[in-house]
Design a protein around this ligand. Structure first.
Ligand SMILES: [Mg+2]
Length: 235
């Protein structure tokens, strides 16, 4: 059957590239926090709605204008450590960002099947590391709400490494803090740019999270093996 042109031109939704590896090939697992283990809805709501509302009220401007201005400001430091530096934002916006984070911390939530996945990894004696661009104070707010830190050998914030995960140099510098075999490491993250940088450095097993936020639809990567949730890695 010949499909009409208007139908053919619909953008295609990428299909899932299924995870295909054996846990025998892996000793060490790096897991991103926001969007990977925790629901990114909290972060999206915080920066896109809550901060603009508070900023608008403080500066007596329209919320829509404040939102437009702030989104543009955020973009100006994307993929850098400034983006995650809460002190930077407190200074730049004239707001107590840590206090505001805490004010809505009841929205911090863990994705489904994460604890079962941790138990599975523990049973298989894999070493787990949390590797996040989040600022240590943001990490603290999240761990107060969702205490998962004891599952990890160590929690690493990019601030400690001195560079954001989006830069391939990050993975090289991480070797000084935590020597790892890149051939036998698996890394899961919801941000493709971060996975690109890990791939460039040579990390062998990369997993993309296709549903970082509970409020947004699933979006598979065209480049990486993807999962919707961590039950897909329990095998
Ligand atoms: Mg993330």
């Amino acid at each position: 059957m010949n499909l009409p042109n208007w139908f053919k031109q619909q953008p295609e939704t990428p299909k899932q590239i299924l995870p295909e590896f054996s846990w025998d090939q892996i000793d060490c697992v790096f897991l991103d926090m926001d969007g990977t283990l925790l629901d990114k809805y909290y972060d999206d709501y915080f920066w896109e709605h809550f901060v603009p509302e508070v900023y608008a009220a403080k500066n007596q401007v329209d919320i829509a204008d404040a939102r437009k201005l702030l989104l543009k400001t955020y973009q100006s430091v994307e993929n850098t450590l400034q983006w995650t530096d809460l002190h930077y934002w407190s200074d730049r916006l004239g707001l107590d960002i840590v206090a505001l984070k805490r004010e809505i911390s009841h929205l911090v939530n863990i994705h489904p099947h994460i604890i079962d996945y941790f138990k599975h990894m523990q049973k298989m004696e894999k070493k787990l590391y949390l590797v996040t661009n989040a600022h240590p104070k943001a990490l603290k707010v999240k761990m107060e709400q969702v205490p998962i830190e004891n599952w990890f050998q160590r929690l690493i914030c990019s601030e400690e490494v001195g560079i954001a995960k989006e830069q391939p140099e990050f993975w090289h510098k991480l070797q000084h803090l935590l020597p790892y075999d890149k051939e036998r490491t698996l890394f899961a993250d919801d941000t493709e740019k971060v996975l690109h940088s890990a791939r460039e450095y040579g990390i062998q097993h990369l997993i993309h999270i296709a549903k970082p936020s509970s409020r947004l639809p699933v979006k598979f990567s065209v480049h990486y093996q993807s999962i919707v949730n961590f039950q897909e890695l329990i095998f």
